[in-house]
Design a binder for this molecule. Sequence first.
Ligand SMILES: Nc1ncnc2c1ncn2[C@@H]1O[C@H](COP(=O)(O)OP(=O)(O)OP(=O)(O)O)[C@@H](O)[C@H]1O
Ligand SMILES: [Mg+2]
Length: 530
Amino acid sequence: MTLSNLPIGIDLGTTNSVVATVSDGGFEVVPNARGDKKTPSVVSYDQDSQSVFAGRQADNRAIHHPEKTVKSVKRHMGTDETFSLGPDQYHPEEISGLILKKLIEDAGNELNRPLSNAVITVPAYFSDAQRRATKRAGEIAGIDVDRVLPEPTAACLAYGLQSTAGKRVLVYDLGGGTFDCSAVKIDDGVIETLGVDGATDLGGDDYDSLIVNWVADTIADEYGSPPALNNPKVNQRLFGAAKEVKHELSSRTSAIHQLPFLELQNGDTIDYELNITRGEFAEITAGPTQETIDIMNGFLNDLGLTPSQFDDVLLVGGATRIPAIRSAVEQFFGQEPRTDLNPDQIVALGAATQAAILNDIEVPAVSTTNIVPSTEASQGEAAINEGSNPILIDALPRTLGVELQEPRTNDTYFQPLIQSGESIPARAEINVTPVRAHQTKTRFTIYQGDEGTLEGNDEIGELVLGPYPPKELDEYSQRATMEIDSDGIITFTAVSLDADVSDTTEIETRFNREEETLGGTNPDLPALHR
Ligand SMILES: Nc1ncnc2c1ncn2[C@@H]1O[C@H](COP(=O)(O)OP(=O)(O)OP(=O)(O)O)[C@@H](O)[C@H]1O
Ligand SMILES: [Mg+2]
């Protein structure tokens, strides 16, 4: 494979998505048709053209056409929810498919080559169903997804850490709407996720809301009425201003934003000057910053690790540019986190690195500082080359097991087979016996979850073994095997050893729509606006 048909890497984010590739000069982010390096993960249906806007244009339409616009669909991947986009309803993977289609078309135009394959990243905690849905979104967009790669693994690859030996790395990822922290172990080219934690309702956008609340309170104190936040236009202006000053405060110690003709709730209009210092910003947003530290603290406790046991701390996600976050993380770990790569781009660059690795392309280390002690890197050659390609290991997000029956009491219970946190690919076997003599079929119900009970976990599949010849109880010999591959795909097999009968199932989990729309693009999907 040559660079001209090298697959791309895509960070398919909740708020924004980024595309990257490897070129002769190294890794690079591929800008979209507007020249932006980030594309909002938003789609919006346009009645007039009966087509779909994706990206910045879609995001701009959100305020005036909320019912035709879908944002943050990543939060719903792998579920059965549907979203209306104009006249029709779509599944999450179809909405994601439209976003991917836009990303791929733009990237193909920019790179001047057709794109047929990609590596797409997902949060490390994504379940099998969520990973499948992501893969399916790629197919809907018309590409083959070579690998569904966990975001923290991508971050390590972007920093060229795969060739380091015996390192423990903490990835702190604060995006627009989610916080993820992951502990990763790297050894001999093996990247293993030790565990993941986080919050799905905590992100940089909460900092915007806190600024808006502070501005509203300040205005109410000064003018006797808060701004008319229930008016969508006023609301949008204030949130826009909050985001701008937030971004400015990452590089300056104070920020000013003019808000002329600002409408108040009592009908008055004022010319307001939003004036905020970095210190004030840190104070009003201390809550979410501390929450991320508390989550990490609990997370490390659960893992039995202390902050000083990490060799590297990587900051990922746009919101980690906030200076107060950087210093909170630095204080917690007692070391400066790595910030030499652009936090918005790390995940996409890591996905591009994985794409190169999968295609045996020699790729340069992206690291700007020379922290890769391998001989290849110090000689200025590729940090990854044929033969030294890392094996990437993820952790199973939720325990997999089967329903078994206690023979004396007939009570059923959840028998874990592969525990959450275990590295994947993984495999587990268990010997089983039919409950009754002369029985000719065995039903296995497969569950996923960490509740320890059948009721608390999700039923994700079923397999019926048999028919096999009837026997006395002690003559039966049966075995069940659970396997999960590096894409998170589960295969469950049951064998009747005494009768040489076996059955196997690939588990679709709750994500079961592949058949309906299999074979390329869903013909019912609306066209992208051009
Ligand atoms: N210079 C900056 N200073 C402070 N915050 C910033 C800066 N640039 C971007 N952000 C914030 O980063 C957030 C977006 O981060 P990012 O693009 O990494 O999110 P995402 O990956 O789409 O979301 P998620 O990780 O939740 O899926 C927004 O809240 C944005 O305001
Ligand atoms: Mg992200």
